[in-house]
Design a protein around this ligand. Sequence first.
Ligand code: HEC
Length: 153
Amino acid sequence: MKRPSIRRIVLGVSLPALLLVVTSGPQPAFAHKAKHTPAQLRAFEQVFIEQVKVGDLLFHGDEATQKRLGVTLSNTGMACAMCHPYASDTHPYTFPKFQEQVNKFSTLRDMINWCIEKVSEGERIEEDSSAMKALEAYIYWSTRGSTLEPGTH
Ligand code: HEC
């Protein structure tokens, strides 16, 4: 009797397996196809707005919030808002882009740290820190609804 070729064995095993995967209901990767409920959306918005509020405090130099999060955003007595009266003045929708000041392709987070270190003589904050996320939330919130124009000036 002729022995079945390897190719036949592989096909024989993998084709039914593939069919099983394709036909056996929703997979974890498609889980987000389910619409969020209004209650879930409200909860998400609440989490976001809480972050925006923390970012607002940081942007305006609130000492207690900086202390709580263990950050020193400025040592000149100048808060972000003194130079950028509106957070939207920092044009978050234009990032990432080439930034002359640092001669580098930069993200919003890079520029937040640039201002903290170079302009405000503070201590740079971790990219994934609570303070960075809150500042980012506040700055993006300030331009909600605007069109993304990455790479522009
Ligand atoms: C003493 C004034 C001053 C303070 C305080 C300051 N900045 Fe800035 N910031 C500047 C200047 C000057 C620039 C560079 C010019 C520009 O791009 O607008 C800049 C640029 C930026 C940019 C890039 C804007 C763009 O369109 O490229 C971001 C983002 C930013 N600052 C965020 C912050 C944050 C967040 C803080 C507080 C942690 C802060 N800045 C504090 C003066 C300041």
